[in-house]
Design a protein around this ligand. Structure first.
Ligand SMILES: [Zn+2]
Length: 91
């Protein structure tokens, strides 16, 4: 049996190329329109949202069944005037 010469350990001549730094991922998209409170249309049960910047004098309509659910002011008041609107307050 002959002793095999130990294999020389190969060394890298140059350090590995530095990877270019990837740009940081964009921040997660935030909801554009601020929603005051989640509601459910009483006639159809569909979700209804009222933008916080909605005109208080405007009527809020269900996007699903187009029912007139009440004035935006009633939705946007704090606490919401749930008894004055045809929607169920979930918040
Ligand atoms: Zn509806």
């Amino acid at each position: 049996m002959t002793d095999k010469p130990a294999r020389p350990i190969l060394k890298l001549k140059f350090p590995p190329a530095v990877k270019p730094v990837a740009p940081p991922p964009p921040p997660p998209a935030k909801a554009e329109a601020p929603v005051k409170a989640p509601w459910r249309c009483k006639p159809c049960g569909g979700p209804v949202t009222v933008p916080a910047d909605a005109d208080p004098a405007s009527d809020v309509r269900c996007p699903a069944c187009n029912a007139n659910l009440g004035k935006a002011a009633s939705f946007l008041s704090d606490p919401p005037e749930a008894s004055k609107v045809r929607a169920r307050y979930l918040g």
